[in-house]
Design a protein around this ligand. Structure first.
Ligand code: DAH
Length: 373
């Protein structure tokens, strides 16, 4: 093995020659200056300061020099490398601040642009009115009761004293749910009214009982100006000792005052519902003309069709047969009930002529009732 070459001259190692180092530095500085973005600068860093860059290769050569020559060569290589590293850092800072400035401009949000082009959502008046009505009864001590929209026929009809083949059943245009084996008679229907919630309440709650039940109902009606296959009702039921039609009348008057305003007279006329006996239909004095349109020569009223009265609900005293079906002693307890359509009430209250307006989802309709949270 030969001894180290004491006369080894670093200047003669190509990579370490001053000319070569100058070229490496000039090449690096040119590439750094030419980088127009951070990606290009990254490429320049790899090419001119990375492991395979001329300056790095030169540094690797130092170890092969005789010890005496290393210090001087190391100084020159180190100085050159420092110039390159510093130029990289400077350019990095410049390009970063350029990028930040550009991002601020490109992604700037113009806070002066109109902000309300997208309408804020509004809860539907059928929902808010239903809740408001329920609240009126909750304030009077009633509880909210709910039942399923897919309901057993027994609750929807049988327990409410609709005999199996009674024509009253047909008048409800029922949507029957098919049984899993495809046969139509599954014993399950989409509830046609909220009255089955009366049965559920009487079977599960202690007496005395005061409940109010807003909810969705379904019938096979074709959608037109006055019918909708999906609609909402609110049902009121009280079962207690000694309740009479006077109590029913009081509850109805409270409802009318809450929904249509104070001081409107109500009228009960005989009607038929299997689950109430006696039964009545409820009308209220027209809240628009207050009966004035019925006078000879008076201008006609569009809301009550100049009848002076508007039919709003069905009601009655709970049929003792229904109480018995729910295990309640009709000699001790009596009950009253009434039920009505929420859409219809909203339409009467706000002069809406077409029920389709309540289901079309047009924000202008909901917003007219105020955007309640
Ligand atoms: N459920 C009846 C209907 O949908 C309305 C009704 C009538 C409800 C009389 C009642 C009532 O609670 O007592 O036509």
């Amino acid at each position: 093995m030969s001894a180290p070459n004491k006369s080894y001259d670093p200047v003669e190692v190509a990579a370490l020659s001053p000319g070569e180092l100058e070229r490496a530095q000039a090449g690096a500085l040119a590439a750094i200056a030419a980088a127009t973005d951070l990606d290009e600068l990254k490429a320049a860093r790899i090419a001119h300061a990375g492991d395979r860059a001329p300056i790095s290769l030169a540094r690797a050569e130092i170890g092969a020099l005789p010890p005496a020559a290393r210090a001087e060569a190391g100084k020159r290589v180190g100085a050159t490398r420092a110039v390159i590293i510093q130029a990289l850092a400077l350019r990095q800072a410049e390009l970063e601040s350029e990028r930040d400035r550009r991002v601020l401009v490109d992604e700037a949000v113009d806070v002066s642009l109109p902000w309300d082009r997208t309408l804020a959502g509004a809860r539907h008046p059928v929902t808010t009115v239903g809740e408001r009505l329920a609240d009126v009864f909750v304030d009077m001590g009633y509880e909210i009761a709910e039942g399923p929209e897919v309901e057993a026929e027994w609750y929807n009809f049988d327990a409410l004293n609709f005999p199996p083949d009674h024509p009253a059943r047909d008048s409800y245009d029922t949507i029957f749910v098919a049984s899993p084996d495809g046969r139509e008679r599954s014993g399950v229907v989409l509830r046609t009214h909220t009255s089955p919630v009366q049965i559920r309440a009487m079977l599960t709650r202690p007496l005395p009982l005061y409940v109010v039940s807003p909810g969705k109902c379904y019938r096979t009606d074709t959608l037109d100006a006055t019918h909708s296959p999906v609609f909402h009702q609110i049902e009121c039921l009280a079962v207690d000792e000694g309740l009479t039609m006077a109590d029913l009348r009081g509850a109805i008057n409270a409802f009318v005052a809450a929904m249509f305003g104070e001081g409107l007279r109500t009228r009960l006329r005989p009607d038929y519902f299997p689950f109430t006996e006696p039964s009545a239909d409820v009308s209220m004095e027209c809240h628009v003309c207050r009966g004035a349109s019925t006078k000879p020569g008076a201008p006609p009223c569009r809301v009550c069709r100049s009848q002076g009265w508007i039919e709003i609900a069905g009601c009655g005293m709970v049929n003792p047969r229904v109480l018995v079906a729910c295990g309640i002693d009709p000699d001790r307890y009596s009950g009253f009930a009434f039920g009505l359509g929420i859409e219809r009430s909203v339409m009467i209250r706000h002069g809406v002529a077409d029920i389709r307006e309540t289901i079309e989802g047009d924000m202008r309709f909901s917003r007219a009732f105020g955007t309640e949270a």
